[in-house]
Design a protein around this ligand. Structure first.
Ligand SMILES: NC(=O)c1ccc[n+]([C@@H]2O[C@H](COP(=O)([O-])OP(=O)(O)OC[C@H]3O[C@@H](n4cnc5c(N)ncnc54)[C@H](O)[C@@H]3O)[C@@H](O)[C@H]2O)c1
Ligand SMILES: [Zn+2]
Length: 369
């Protein structure tokens, strides 16, 4: 048969800036003009964030002469769904947003992932800007270009890589964030400390000012976490290798979230996941003794749960892990630490490890309560 090559060599430069700081929102119109010029902007936010901060954002845009309209959806992880993706997409079509339009994702990680996925797919993809408003979104989810929705089979199983044109993280917006969501955000910060920076972890081991929402200190934490995430994502945009370390704690977390019907916050599930996965890493001889204890202590100080809820059976969690995106030939794979600050490679040099079935079961059985 004749063979016709299609020589596509991607040359796209998907670089962008993350603007972190108190009051950063005031700079959004200028950032939009330079990094994401558009004829019209669709601001996608959950009801709760829209009620708290929507007027301010829409006022900023209209004062700057930037045409925009607000589209909202109900808050909560269970709305990061195909159904909401469809509803939002239809609303943009009804509003006749064209290819010269752009999306502004305004809210926590749910709004960011959902609006990002709308932008990734709308008219085969239009540009978007992330304006994170939760600590978790500022620290983690707004950077890196992973977008998508949860489906009945599991978390984040349908989605796309779509990098934003810019990220604007105004730490002052955290003034209205509930304490449980501050704690949930700190779980991802602890993850960044464990995977890359033991000195950063030391700061998170004294989290009282952070939980009390000392905004200057939170700003420093957001900046440090974004720097760590940016460095890893820049090295491996599509998770062919090192980016997998950002999934520390997440194999177990995603199973817990899915099997609990999203009764736990993502950050809470990640905290439990890091406790379980670090226990496994130690029992498998991958992590140095004391790694699990240090991680658990840090998480507990951040007011986070570290034990698997009693009503989630180990078998159900093991079953849910089979749909994890890192699972290969039914073997669950995990990113595991060598010690606090450094992740371990497996014997073949990969950044994920085949989890020993018996040790994983043991880690899930013993970290309960
Ligand atoms: N794409 C990624 O790389 C990535 C990384 C980490 C997490 N995530 C995803 O992020 C999601 C979790 O994000 P989340 O914890 O931000 O959840 P969320 O978006 O549901 O926000 C949490 C709650 O805080 C409220 N809120 C947000 N900002 C507020 C503010 N300034 N003041 C008052 N209330 C505010 C929201 O209305 C919501 O009720 C999960 O779906 C997770 O999978 C994605
Ligand atoms: Zn996460």
């Amino acid at each position: 048969v004749p063979t016709i090559p299609v020589p596509i060599r991607a040359t796209r430069d998907a670089s962008y800036d993350v603007h972190v700081g108190r009051g950063a929102l005031a700079g959004l119109p200028a950032i939009l003009r330079s990094a994401c010029p558009a004829n019209r902007y669709a601001v996608i936010a959950d009801h709760h964030v829209a009620e708290l901060h929507g007027e301010r954002l829409m006022g900023l845009l209209s004062d700057a002469g930037l045409p925009a309209h607000l589209v909202t959806f109900p808050a909560g992880e269970w709305n990061k769904s195909r159904e909401q993706w469809a509803t939002l997409t239809d609303e943009l079509l009804r509003a006749r947003l064209g290819r010269d339009g752009a999306v502004i994702a305004f809210g926590g990680g749910v709004a960011g992932d959902l609006a990002g996925f709308v932008a990734a797919t709308y008219l085969r993809g239009i540009p978007y800007v992330q304006v994170p408003t939760s600590l978790l979104a500022m620290i983690d989810s707004s950077v890196g270009g992973k977008t998508g929705v949860d489906v009945p089979a599991g978390k984040n199983l349908v989605g796309a890589f779509h990098q934003p044109c810019a990220v604007v993280a105004d730490v002052d917006l955290l003034a209205t964030l509930a304490r449980v969501h501050v704690a949930a955000g700190l779980a991802e910060a602890v993850k960044h400390g464990v995977i890359r920076d033991a000195a950063y972890l030391t700061i998170l081991e004294e989290p009282r000012p952070l939980l009390a929402k000392d905004l200057d200190r939170l700003e420093a934490v957001v900046a440090r976490s974004v720097a760590i995430k940016a460095e890893i994502v820049a090295a491996d945009e599509r998770e062919a290798g090192v980016r997998a370390i950002l999934n520390f704690g997440h194999t177990v977390a995603h199973a817990i979230e899915a099997r609990s019907g999203y009764a736990l916050l993502h950050g809470e599930a990640v905290a439990i996941g890091m406790a379980v996965e670090s226990a496994l890493a130690e029992s498998a001889g991958i992590a140095a003794a004391g790694t699990h204890a240090r991680i658990v202590t840090a998480l507990e100080r951040c007011a986070l749960p570290v034990r698997v809820p009693e009503d989630l059976a180990t078998d159900a969690l093991l079953d849910a892990m089979q749909t994890d995106k890192k699972t290969r030939q039914e073997v669950v794979r995990m990113a595991l630490p060598a010690c606090c600050g450094t992740m371990a490679r497996d014997a073949a040099g990969a950044w994920t490890h085949a989890a020993d079935g018996a040790l994983l079961r043991e880690a899930l059985d013993s970290n309960r309560g």
